[in-house]
Design a protein around this ligand. Structure first.
Ligand code: AP5
Ligand code: MG
Ligand code: ZN
Length: 218
């Protein structure tokens, strides 16, 4: 099973990729998480990517595709993966098709999570993210049990610098111009499914599971 999650910033890609990874038993591969980890560790990749994440712009060039390719070739992805945040441009979608041919894999489904703009900004401005495992919480919609601590791993919660209103608006704009065309790209391939992202996380999850037609192991 190889699932791509598409959707604007705040649509719930991170939330759903984690739930899907748990219920399907495959890892999530989130390019934003990989960049943020590299930035925190100050690796060369992190140093290169940081100015783009800070501004809410896409990291340019082929490095994101190269990163995804090597990640998918690791042992834990042999049964598949949930892709969160990639591909994000039509160019990356084309590169990804070439990668899939190279590594003899096929896409199961591409899920587009729809959520209106005003709701997206509410979600981003109240989001708290775990420094350790990148789980997300929301001060109103999904508070953690202990203030400032991750329910999943106990790590410290922080507010992503790119969740400031200015940068969030840039990210939304970048999404509209660069990422939205990817929806049509996959529609033409016949693998696209729309789900309503304005329901509880559990309802969104069961919509996705029913559309990918895989039965979650109990
Ligand atoms: P990335 O980390 O991918 O950020 P994004 O696309 O802007 O998406 P978010 O993580 O903000 O939102 P999400 O959809 O995951 O929402 P979440 O589940 O957390 O990318 C960051 C940066 O990295 C980019 O700007 C770029 O610089 C770089 N980058 C990444 N990929 C790249 C690529 N392929 N190419 C080039 N550059 C790349 O939910 C949001 C909030 O809402 C949370 O608080 C959550 O608790 C809450 N929530 C979730 N679901 C619900 C629900 N159903 N009801 C109520 N609240 C909910
Ligand atoms: Mg995310
Ligand atoms: Zn955590």
């Amino acid at each position: 099973v190889l699932i791509v999650l598409l959707g604007p910033p705040g649509a719930g890609k991170g939330t759903q990729s984690q739930l899907l990874a748990q219920s399907l038993g495959v890892p999530k591969v989130a390019t934003g998480d990989i960049f943020r980890e590299a930035i925190a560790r100050e690796t060369p990749l992190g140093v290169q990517a940081k100015p783009y994440l800070d501004r809410g712009e896409l990291v340019p060039g082929p490095i994101t595709t190269e990163m995804v390719k090597s990640r998918l070739q690791r042992e834990d992805c042999r049964k598949g993966a949930i892709l969160d945040g990639y591909p994000r441009t039509v160019e990356q979608a084309r590169q990804f098709d070439a990668v899939l041919r190279d590594i003899h894999r096929g896409l199961s489904k591409v899920i587009n999570i729809d959520v209106p703009d005003d709701e997206l900004l509410r979600r981003l401005s109240g989001r708290w993210t775990c420094r350790k495992c990148q789980s997300t919480f929301h001060e109103i919609f999904k508070p953690s049990k202990n203030v400032g601590a991750c329910d999943r791993c106990g790590g410290t919660l922080y507010q992503r610098p790119d969740d400031s209103i200015e940068v969030a608006q840039t990210r939304l704009r970048v999404y509209r111009t660069r990422t939205e065309p990817v929806i049509a790209y996959y529609q033409e391939q016949g693998v696209l499914v729309h789900v309503d992202g304005q329901q509880t996380p559990d309802s969104v999850l069961s919509d996705i599971l029913s559309r990918v037609q895989v039965v979650a192991p109990s």
